[in-house]
Ligand binder design. Structure first.
Ligand SMILES: Nc1ncnc2c1ncn2[C@@H]1O[C@H](COP(=O)(O)OP(=O)(O)OP(=O)(O)O)[C@@H](O)[C@H]1O
Length: 658
């Protein structure tokens, strides 16, 4: 039995639905989470303890925001429900079973991309880019969560990457077993096996009501798990929005949501249609952009609610952002295209003592190549800095014992005019170490007063750090590397680069701050009264496949309650920037009206034709085989074919046309 309600129903009908499965669909801002929380609270009011409810949230971020929202809404309650991701729930089941049977439980990791990169290098001698690795990871997830047979796995091909997927898949599984670790899909696989072979009563007897927010993110296997849990007598509420499905990584599958009627005895469907979040002009702009609908007239009237602004330079843009942050009253969100692009704004806000939260930015400082670079800069700008030398000596293939360092330190303290290199030459250390240093010594001294970018190149080339990066499968186009180079461009004095990074690393970003800095890359953007979308230039937007980028931008716009602005700089350094084609489309500006074509040429030359040769920073010389919008398939040496975002590479100096 199935019914669909799309008009004239109340929230309470959803909340009180007695169907075995209740599927609630609605676009962003149409109160899905609101109803999800109300349903949980209503059951509690009926006397059902929270322990009988399994409340699945899409991510750790959603767990946090749902908990806060619930507590704000029903602040008088003594008890509150808990929320959990499906992966954590599965892990709990596995742990429980293992504890009952005295079996060791392996650790679980969400991101094992580094293992895939390593295996591809080892078995196929290929350096994967971040995007290529993502693509392989998503195929691995799909193989497992759609329970593919060996034959089906054999048939999987990875476009433009010359790897035998089935072989790689086997090696990946073996490697995890060797390391005794799970990836997230393993959690689903094992939990499903347990639920198929063990009595439900021994694993999770008391769950009667299951609520799943963001159900569009569930892979096929997750639906099988839910089906096992629901059994006969339990109830399942699924809240979803197909337009919010972004993360390919976990092989999300909409099909089971569309086919609930073939799986469950009774299904009731509701479609939430009222948007409660956005000012009409914002909603109209976002929908016209994403659904290619005609714009409502309100947009014309409310020009002060959403608009775009171009600035001559990035500095002016950031100064404007600062002014807006200071003047804002409610929650105010600044969105960069990707996390790394947030660094310049963070830098400015920290300097101006503007409190802000910045979810997950600290990861930047965890990259060992960033800390290595900082140590190199420390040593090269201050050649008496023995600690910095100690930190990077292994990258220079110099192995010193504790005693050796003591001897060098003594030389330094006795001779104020010695640098570390001279101290090594005079210290009582092995000839091998002295020879290691002799190789670099003059270069070290020459670079001391160079600019940040020159120093960066020096470390890569003359100090051969590049070789280390290649060993570790880190490409120069890694976003954190690009951000580091951007800072080198911003601060010509290398000391300023390291000071800026250290300040950002040690600053605190309170969870409660009203101002939020985030990136459009994350699908988990908080709703805010004011939203400022930065980086609206063509070189950054669209950055990858157009439909995905359109969705990202639409979802970002849908988080703006009262005010939405798009910002872009017309120039960065000596480079003229072209406004994003999305921006032109949003505000219906013909491209020519905005920018003089001769200016555009300098920053984004018309894309080259097939057959043209390019020189890529890390991949060397290559020939363009195919061009699809910005994506180019390029053949490099040894018939190594790669797909690159050519515009991005050209604009960011990662490649040049020959
Ligand atoms: N009945 C209502 N009356 C007024 N405001 C409401 C109502 N229901 C929800 N809201 C408000 O509308 C906003 C959007 O609601 P909610 O977050 O539940 O939507 P959603 O569909 O879950 O959105 P998203 O998919 O983007 O997460 C919230 O600020 C919420 O407090």
């Amino acid at each position: 039995m199935s019914t669909l309600q799309s008009e004239n129903f109340t929230f309470s009908q959803i909340i009180k639905s007695k169907a075995q499965v209740c599927a609630i669909e609605g676009l962003s801002g149409c109160a899905k989470t609101e109803v999800y929380l109300q349903r949980i609270h209503a059951l509690y009011e009926e006397g059902i303890p929270y322990s009988q409810m399994l409340n699945i949230a899409g991510s750790r971020y959603k767990i946090k925001s749902n908990t806060i929202r619930f507590k704000q809404k029903w602040s008088e309650e003594e008890k509150y429900p808990s929320f959990i991701t499906l992966y954590s729930f599965c892990y709990q089941l596995i742990k429980k079973y293992n504890a009952q049977h005295d079996i060791e439980t392996w650790k679980a990791y969400k991101d094992l991309g580094s293992i895939v990169m390593r295996l591809v290098k080892k078995h196929f001698n290929l350096d994967l880019s971040f995007e290529e690795c993502e693509c392989i990871m998503s195929k691995i997830a799909l193989s497992k969560t759609s329970m593919m047979s060996e034959k089906e796995i054999q048939a999987i091909r990875i476009p433009n990457i010359d790897v035998d997927f089935a072989y790689l898949f086997k090696q990946y599984e073996k490697e995890k077993e060797r390391l005794k670790i799970y990836d997230f899909e393993d959690l689903l696989v094992h939990a499903f096996q347990l639920l198929s072979t063990t009595s439900l009563a021994s694993l999770c007897s008391n769950i009667q009501y299951i609520h799943v927010d963001d159900a569009q993110e569930l892979p096929f296997l997750a639906h099988l798990i839910l089906h096992r849990l629901v059994n006969n007598e339990k109830q399942l509420h699924l809240f979803y929005d197909e337009h919010q499905q972004l993360s390919l990584r976990h092989a999300a599958d909409l099909q089971p949501l569309q086919a609930l009627e073939s799986t469950y005895a009774s299904v009731e469907r509701f479609e939430l249609k009222t948007n409660y979040r956005n000012a009409p002009a914002i909603l109209s702009l976002a929908e016209s952009f994403y659904f290619h609908k005609d714009m409502e007239e309100t947009q014309e009237i409310e020009k002060d609610v959403c608009f775009y602004k171009g600035f001559q330079t990035e500095t002016e843009l950031y100064a404007y952002a600062e002014e807006k942050a200071k003047a804002s009253q409610g929650k105010c969100l600044f969105l960069a295209r990707n996390k790394e692009m947030l660094l310049p704004l963070m830098d400015l806000f920290v300097k101006n003592e503007i409190n802000f939260q910045c979810p997950s930015i600290k990861y930047f400082f965890k990259y060992s190549f960033i800390t290595d670079m900082m140590h190199f800069f420390d040593l090269l700008t201050d050649p008496r800095n023995l600690l910095a030398f100690e930190a990077i000596s292994s990258k220079l293939n110099i192995k010193c014992s504790e005693k050796t360092y003591q001897s060098i330190a003594e030389q330094l303290s006795q001779n104020d005019d010695f640098d570390v290199y001279q101290a090594i030459m005079n210290a009582n250390v092995k000839a091998e170490i002295k020879n290691g240093i002799r190789k670099y010594i003059e270069n070290f001294r020459m670079i001391q007063n160079a600019s940040s970018l020159a120093m960066f190149q020096f470390v890569l080339q003359k100090l051969e750090y590049r070789r280390f990066l290649i060993q570790e499968n880190i490409s120069l186009s890694h976003p954190a590397m690009v951000a580091f180079q951007a800072l080198c461009e911003r601060y010509t004095d290398p000391k300023d680069v390291t000071t800026c990074l250290r300040t950002l690393a040690s600053a605190t970003y309170p969870d409660t701050a009203r101002i939020i800095l985030d990136s459009i890359d994350t699908c988990e953007i908080e709703e805010c009264s004011e939203v400022y979308v930065m980086d609206m230039q063509q070189s950054l937007f669209p950055l990858t496949e157009e439909d995905t980028e359109r969705k990202r931008l639409y979802l970002a716009m849908m988080k703006a309650q009262d005010h939405l602005e798009f910002l872009f700089a017309k120039r960065v350094g000596n480079t003229r920037l072209r406004p994003s084609s999305f921006l032109l489309e949003l505000f219906k500006k013909p491209e020519k009206e905005n920018v003089a074509p001769q200016n555009v040429e300098r920053q984004a030359p018309a894309l080259p034709r097939r057959g043209r040769k390019i020189m890529h920073e890390s991949l060397g010389e290559g020939t363009i085989l195919k061009l699809d919008n910005h994506l180019a398939t390029i053949r490099f040496a040894n018939h190594n074919e790669r797909t690159l975002n050519l515009t991005f590479c050209l604009n960011n100096g990662l490649a040049k046309l020959l």
